[in-house]
Design a protein. Structure first.
Length: 256
């Protein structure tokens, strides 16, 4: 959903968090994606949580029901799947959808807590995952001996779009700054007030000023989750824009 004002445009997206994905079948998730497209949303995001319906199957089903809306993970992480397999998945989705895929990456939930307690750096894992994924999407044969992410002399066996957008989703300052430094966009998670969004954007911009930051135009996407008055998911047929968790982006909010 793009505003009619002059550039930069205000764009709206919608998505399903894990508890919604648990309640809805794959076909229902795809149906909601098609509804969001008809309502004019610009992007549709699906959670990737263990033991719930597979995010890549859900995104594939949605791609087959839509033609315009961008499709993203919110979020996948660098632990549950090897980043090389994530590169294969996002490239395949991008091919099927005609160039509409967005890779949303984040620190994750319960898995990241175990990593943090073991002393391993979440920001290092995300940075190395992005570096490897981008090189694979660029068609390189890669040997990547990272600190936490390792990949030995491999390459994708099909041609891909090398500039599939990578968005980091975060709420903490360290990962927000990493997003500003290495990602194509940043989603400021669970924040909607002007003060909180400003705080998040300041950290993104701090990352963009760091030495070695990617020189590009970036987007910053605050994410808000409206709370239902009941614990049940919205009933069939009632999921208008206000019924779904929503994100919105002013793009480019930050520039280098």
């Amino acid at each position: 959903m793009t505003s009619g004002s002059s550039s930069p445009a205000l764009r709206f997206g919608a998505g399903l968090l894990g508890h919604y994905s648990r309640a809805y079948s794959v076909s229902r998730v795809a149906e909601l994606g098609a509804l969001c497209e008809r309502l004019g949303f610009d992007s549709y995001w699906i959670a990737d949580q263990r033991w719930m319906r597979d995010v890549w199957v859900s995104l594939t089903a949605t791609a087959m029901r839509t033609s315009r809306i961008q499709l993203g993970t919110r979020v996948t992480d660098p632990y549950v799947r090897h980043p090389a397999l994530t590169a294969v998945a996002i490239a395949s989705l991008d091919e099927l959808s005609g160039g509409r895929a967005i890779l949303g990456l984040g620190a994750g939930g319960s898995v990241s807590a175990r990593w943090r307690s073991s002393g391993r750096s979440l920001s290092t894992a995300l940075r190395e995952a992005i570096e490897l994924i981008r090189r694979l999407l660029a068609g390189e044969e890669v040997d990547y001996p990272g600190e936490l992410v390792r990949f030995r002399r491999g390459a994708l066996e099909f041609a891909t779009r090398r500039d599939i957008p990578v968005v980091i989703v975060a709420r903490g300052p360290k990962i927000l700054e990493l997003g500003g430094r290495v990602a194509d966009g940043v989603m400021v998670a669970s924040m909607a007030s002007p003060a909180a969004v400003t705080w998040g954007i300041e950290h993104v911009r701090a990352g963009m000023r760091r030495p070695g930051a990617r020189r590009r135009r970036s987007s910053c996407r605050p994410w808000s989750t409206p709370r239902s008055r009941t614990t049940a998911p919205p009933r069939a047929g009632s999921c208008g824009a206000a019924s779904l968790p929503r994100s919105w982006a002013a793009s480019p909010t930050t520039t280098s």
